[in-house]
Design a protein around this ligand. Structure first.
Ligand code: AMP
Ligand code: MG
Length: 326
């Protein structure tokens, strides 16, 4: 069921009194609260069980609203906003004083993006003030890519859900830091470093590039994240049979290459094209997890070597889903 104009009116009334509203975007569903209201923002951290060290992204309706939450706005930010917004690119810039410290985890920078979903753009525009919107799930778990996923995590009296249908992108936005010498991707996503470099006409650093002596860091980027209940193992196609033979019970296997999976193990067929794979990934992990299998096996979906383009973002999410749990 899709949200109606009345639902938007209800959402606005709730947000104005500090309540939480889940909203659809092209990446995943966000858990929304007024970004400039510290009490509302605190309610988001509490509902998610999110560590205060993990800053939130501020969602705006347009570039003008983005400028209000940034102390400085740069020509690069303008270029990228005009090319990629509304869309899955988050820009990190110096924060304006109106942004509560809680939003930025106490830091001097703010992450801002304009999401591409007509319902949510209408919501933010009518509200007239930006929203924080981390994924609408408990901290560390698999992100929601449809309204039903949000309802699996939060009760109706806790979170009002604006149903905008399934998310077309399916994984979280690319986070790009514009506060250093060179633009730097802190979190890979659907907008690739190559696209950003092409737009800016200059080099873009990846998350691994060192800053001084230390590796680059995005606050709150935890090693284990996006994780279902069952353990996740990533294998190359050639290693699948051996791994399944050693399984204690019936595993669920995400395959994008049509690799054979014999009973009692259960295959979930994934798209071979990276955009479609990303859009399907979190729903597939939830489906795989539903029967509490002993293990979820993911056959590495990109060819040999390091992943490129959108596969890089998918690899990042799979590695975090498979990482040892804290
Ligand atoms: P989420 O909303 O859960 O997808 O997570 C937002 C992510 O954006 C955080 O985990 C950080 O990696 C990143 N982020 C948010 N604010 C900042 C910031 N001020 N500087 C760098 N990264 C940020
Ligand atoms: Mg999240």
């Amino acid at each position: 069921m899709h949200a109606s104009p009345e639902d938007i009116a209800i959402a606005i009334a709730l947000l104005r009194c500090g309540r939480l509203v889940a909203f659809p975007t092209e990446t995943v569903y966000g858990l929304g609260a007024e970004a400039l209201n510290a009490e509302s923002v605190a309610a988001v951290f509490a509902a998610k069980g999110r560590p205060a060290s993990n800053p939130l992204i501020v969602h705006v309706a347009d570039e003008a609203m983005a400028r209000r939450v940034c102390a400085h706005w740069t020509p690069s930010a303008s270029l990228l906003a005009s090319r990629f917004w509304p869309g899955p690119l988050t820009l990190v810039l110096p924060k304006a004083p109106c942004v509560p410290d809680l939003v930025t985890a106490g830091g001097p920078t703010v992450a801002v993006r304009c999401p591409s979903h007509p319902l949510t753009l209408a919501l933010i525009e009518t509200l007239g003030t930006p929203l924080v919107g981390p994924s609408a799930n408990r901290s560390g778990a698999v992100s929601p890519t449809c309204a039903e996923h949000v309802r699996e995590s939060f009760g109706e009296d806790e979170v009002f859900v604006l149903d905008g249908g399934p998310c077309v992108g399916g994984i979280e936005s690319t986070v790009l830091d514009l506060t250093g010498g060179r633009p730097r991707v802190l979190r890979p996503g659907l907008v690739t470093p190559e696209q950003i470099a092409g737009e800016l006409g200059g080099p873009v650093d990846g998350p691994g590039a060192p800053v001084g002596d230390a590796p680059a860091r995005s606050p709150g980027m935890m090693r284990s994240h996006y994780a279902p209940g069952a353990p996740v193992r990533i294998v190359e196609a050639g290693g699948l049979a051996g791994l399944l033979a050693a399984c204690a019970g019936p595993a669920v296997v995400l395959t994008a290459g049509g690799e054979p999976v014999a009973p009692p193990h259960r295959p979930i067929a994934m798209p071979a094209e990276p955009g479609a794979y990303a859009a399907r990934l979190y729903a597939a992990l939830r489906e795989a997890d539903a029967g509490s299998p002993p293990v979820i096996v993911v056959v590495r979906p990109w060819g040999g070597g390091a992943p490129t383009g959108v596969w890089r973002a998918i690899a990042d999410r799979l590695e975090r889903a498979a990482a040892p749990r804290a």
